[in-house]
Design a protein around this ligand. Sequence first.
Ligand code: THU
Length: 129
Amino acid sequence: MKNELINKAMSAREHAYAPYSGFKVGAAILCGDGTVISGFNIENVSYPATMCAERTALYSALAQGKRDFKAIAIIGSSKEPCYPCGVCRQVFAEFCDKNFVFYICSEDGSFVEKTFEEIMPFTFSFTTN
Ligand code: THU
């Protein structure tokens, strides 16, 4: 399964729209029902409007009615593993449990495997009185 996710993330990366940074990223998320949905980064001339690859994949899955997620592969374009940015970690906190798995890949497909809890401990949450 992890190989399928990484291969799909790699294919998605080819379609990334990254004319400003030149840094193409692909992602593929595994849903609870076995569906795999991919995404890539989509940049904008107004830089903050840029969307990361992993959020594109997650939002695309949400838009298809998925709510249960197991794992994601993220692949950038450098020798270092492409760890998800802080904004993406916060978004994943909303929809994924602590055992959700990240395959964090270098450009050639080699990867480090981390749980959500490992890369995002002590998530923000609140209760009202
Ligand atoms: N990017 C991602 O797509 N995912 C990450 O986890 C890190 C950064 C994108 C955003 C931007 O298009 C480019 O990489 C450079 O920051």
